[in-house]
Design a protein around this ligand. Sequence first.
Ligand code: ATP
Ligand code: MG
Length: 560
Amino acid sequence: MNDTTDNHDAPHDFIRDQIRKDLASGSVKTVVTRFPPEPNGYLHIGHAKSICLNFGIAEEFGGRCNLRFDDTNPAREEQEFIDAIQDNVRWLGFDWGSDVKYASDNFEQLYQWAEHLIKAGKAYVDDLSADEMRAYRGTLTEPGRNSPHRDRSADENLDFFRRMRSGEFADGAKALRAKIDMTSGNINLRDPVLYRILRSPHPRTGDAWCLYPTYDFAHGQTDAIEGITHSLCTLEFEDHRPLYDWLIENLPVPSRPRQYEFSRLNLTHTVLSKRLLTQLVEQKHVAGWDDPRLPTLAGLRRRGVPAAALRDFIARLAITKSDSTVEAAMLDHFIRELLNRTAERRMAVLRPLKIVIENYPEGEEELLEAVNHPGDPDRGTRRVPFSREIYVERDDFMEDPPKKFFRLGPGREVRLRFAYFITCTAVIKDSSGAVTELRCTYDPATRGGNAPDGRKVRGTIHWVSAKHAVVAEVRLYDNLFTHESPGADGDFLAHLNPESVEILPKCLLEPSLRQTAADNAVQFERLGYFCLDPDATDDRSVFNRTIGLRDSWAKAQAKP
Ligand code: ATP
Ligand code: MG
């Protein structure tokens, strides 16, 4: 091989291979791609696959990638979505250069091209209603029938079309259709609608237009205007390609984009469809588009998922021609792997149980050295306050522990992380018999966590000093759906997980967590990775659990 741009680490898939060929043959000089969301909802992790592919290819081949809003249906599109999408793409780590593109920038040109088709006898104005059109369209096994209006003269069509533009007809009363072939085996070629009348203010063009191009008419021509060389989309558009090609062939467009279709990302235990996500948000099954349980980029971000972990995950997905579903546990694995490297360790107690260390002097306190990252000594240490009253995790105590339980129990000795060995000497209960407090003694000789006499303890538990602790609300998230493919056997809402969020209002954190920055992930030792939630204020700490520590996916991969 004498292709100097090639190297072993460069990603390979059928699209990149095509691009290498096009560059080598000279048929393409500069690769231009685009990510074309419709601003009718927030982006989800499926979109991230398309974003990473389009922007990634532009970067790898020294080309460029446009962010273009396919804003052809004002009935469902909103400025809020336009803003959120830009924010999400930037957060994911990509840059579209100086200006955002909009299909609506080309409304006048698209309109002129529609007239061009009419004049050439390749489009006509139809009076059939949407229902009638559907009935005339035929089915996969039956050919369609020609509309009674199909043979109007070019002049008559032009006159009607211009009057459509000037607002003479009611919404839905007329439509412009391509004149292709009502008997085509590809239903997309059975005289598809190119323009419909729709009185709905547009986020960008206001009420300048009362007719809008369909997505199918706008899409390929907008690609051509932007000089897109490789128009990448998901497999459901494969059957639309002959229509896009027909339009490009019959219009005086400035360039000829080629479309390539790839498999969409599907993920278990969630839904990746804007329609279903919209329903979850609008019907308030979740708290909003950025609810940390959603697979939206805004939700993932709020949950504390680093953009780099998403990119790592997506880099491992196959770009192929066959759809498949990826296990949510694989995404979790990449999140965990990154956070394990980047997140500093802290101590926090989620379900506190009080301990009084009876032989520790009243009123005294000290600072103990704690390492910030066991795998990275450069992260240094911090000092954690210790005193006579501490809290530990309720789960780390059992009154009648089985043999294999190495944490606290009556008479048992454990290590407090970075501190001392303690031994439980008494259990205090309320009138209902519930344990409310433990009494312990500590061994001053074990400061730092080792006994000079070489005595061993099997368990090490985390703790926080009662009087220094920061009180925080901690939100634990689980899958939003209990079913692997929600709705597979009926209503997807029936599979909503009633326990997808658990709110713990009174958790106790070591004091250094008061200074956590909004974008900083931390590991609460033995519990998982957490991040500050935007609901937090100067005097109210709120943390989200991004993910627990246990990696089921990596274990499953390791099995023979
Ligand atoms: P949805 O199916 O969720 O409603 P959409 O395809 O209608 O999404 P668009 O805004 O049109 O949403 O999508 C923008 C781009 O993202 C398109 O090119 C589309 O093919 C791609 N895309 C959407 N969903 C996925 C997915 N799950 N995996 C990969 N790419 C996707
Ligand atoms: Mg779409």
